[in-house]
Write a protein that binds this ligand. Structure first.
Ligand code: ARG
Length: 468
């Protein structure tokens, strides 16, 4: 029954309407449309269509002047969409049909030739690959900026010793720069994964047709070169339906988001009254509507919180694919919102992370005043005993007993007298004191990859070259 909720059908102006005797139900149009979200593929769709039209002309499947007219009209349509003058309607399903019907409205039969040797299946796969490739390049730049921010912070804080933690208990002293460069390593692996994913994304499916390829004499290589793809999908069934690259990108994004979440959690802790290590830039904090004194780390909390969506999207995509038989199934339309959301979420996170890092400082006074708490130099002393010939297990036991003495007296290891130390270790000499104190402990950690200032300075130089 037509009603306000269910207006009469929109008539059969469908691109695929020929075989139908009944118009599409409006409820089906509303249910199956994707233009509300895939309009984001407009640029890629137009780029792909222009390359396709030029190829058709070069192969004699349409005239060169027709390809020119198509390219010109598609650029007009691109401008209309960009300025918000373009009208979208659920009746036209998706962005591909919108653009094609706008083209046909302008050019008539010439516009009706664009879809020669093409299906929406290979078309949408091409558009999405272009879209993901561009997103990968933007995300890579965002990660580079973030790495630069961490490197800048590492350079500003050279020489500052902070407590290193395991199990969130004080463990050994480290240079603040060393810890900051640790984030550069994680984000570098994320960039490598993006690069790997980009190679598998950058394969051209156009020419796969709906599933079986085409009988028309096309030149896929022409389109590949025009759109900057690395290779051609070699199996039309797989080419038109492969979405592995979407899952892979969603995963790479989710792991990057997890790294950002770990970082956010750490800095939330480090900037608490209780730790007091870090001062966050006030422009990246927000207040409370009831407690006037509050300066909250909401930006970091949202970075941590938004990682959940990125993780959830990987799950959605894998579940979406798991039941699909060979070739295109309409389920695949559901891939877009998940991957768009992952891309948007990570871009937003990176957009605030880099400036937040650039504006953050350590509270040096507070760190210096508290660095000798927690017997952070115990491992350093144990290694000094090992170097003097004590078996590791004995050295561990001996230092453990010294720590117990120091704890009982409420002092640092360096405050124990030579006599006290001599009672636990007969070979004690005052020279072993060279292993004590946080700064000296840090300096002695000089093997490759360790936290000694000379080693960290080398790594800073390496990163300066790599991120230049
Ligand atoms: N909107 C569709 C999608 O995103 C385009 C492909 C539709 N193909 C089809 N045979 N209905 O997957």
């Amino acid at each position: 029954m037509p009603s306000a909720d269910n207006p009469p059908p929109s008539g059969s102006a469908k691109a695929w309407g020929g075989v139908f005797r009944e118009p599409t139900d409006r409820r089906v149009e509303a249910f199956s449309e994707s233009v509300s979200f895939d309009r984001r593929l407009a640029d890629e769709d137009i780029d792909g269509s222009i390359a396709h039209a030029r190829m058709l002309a070069s192969c004699g499947l349409i005239a060169v002047h027709e390809a020119d007219a198509i390219a010109h009209a598609l650029e007009e349509i691109r401008a209309e969409i960009a300025d918000g003058r373009f009208e979208f309607t659920a009746a036209k399903e998706d962005i591909h049909l919108h653009i094609e019907s706008a083209l046909t409205a302008r050019l008539g039969d010439t516009g009706r030739k664009l879809h020669t040797a093409r299906s929406r299946n290979d078309q949408v796969a091409t558009d999405l690959r272009l879209h993901c490739r561009r997103a990968i390049d933007r995300l890579d730049r965002g990660l580079l900026e973030l790495q630069r921010a961490f490197l800048g912070f590492a350079i500003r804080e050279q020489g500052l010793v902070i407590p290193g933690y395991t199990h969130l208990r004080r463990a050994q002293p480290v240079l603040a720069s060393h810890q900051l460069l640790g984030w550069c390593e994680k984000f570098d692996r994320d960039r490598q994964r993006l690069g790997d994913c980009r190679r598998r994304t950058n394969i051209l499916p156009l020419g796969s047709g709906a599933l079986a390829g085409t009988s028309l004499g096309i030149d896929r290589e022409h389109v590949r070169a025009a759109l900057g793809f690395e290779a051609l999908a070699a199996n039309s069934l797989d080419g038109a339906s492969d979405r592995d690259f979407v899952c892979e990108l969603a995963f790479v994004i989710s792991l990057t988001a997890v790294h950002l979440s770990q970082w956010a959690e750490e800095w939330i802790l480090y900037s608490t009254e209780e730790f007091g290590f870090l001062r966050l830039p006030e422009g990246f904090c927000t207040g409370s509507s009831i407690m006037p004194q509050k300066i909250n780390p909401d930006v970091l909390e949202l970075v941590r919180g938004k990682s959940a969506r990125a993780i959830g999207n990987v799950q959605s995509l894998l579940v979406l694919l798991k039941g699909l038989p060979t070739a295109y199934n309409r389920d695949l339309q559901e891939d877009k919102e998940a991957i768009f959301d992952s891309i948007d979420t990570l871009e937003a996170m990176l957009g605030v992370a880099a400036p937040l890092v650039a504006g953050t400082a350590f509270d040096r006074g507070r760190l210096e005043a508290t660095i000798e708490r927690g017997h952070l130099d115990a491992t350093s002393l144990m290694e000094a005993l090992i170097a003097a010939g004590v078996p590791q297990r004995t050295a561990h036991e001996t230092v453990g007993r010294l720590v117990r003495h120091a704890m009982a007296r409420g002092v640092a290891l360096a405050d124990l007298t030579d006599e006290e130390c001599g009672r636990e270790y007969v070979g004690w000499t005052p020279s072993l004191r060279g292993a004590l104190g946080a700064s000296r402990a840090v300096e002695r950690m000089a093997s490759f990859g360790s936290t000694a200032p000379a080693r960290v300075a080398e790594q800073i130089a390496v990163w300066q070259r790599r991120l230049a």
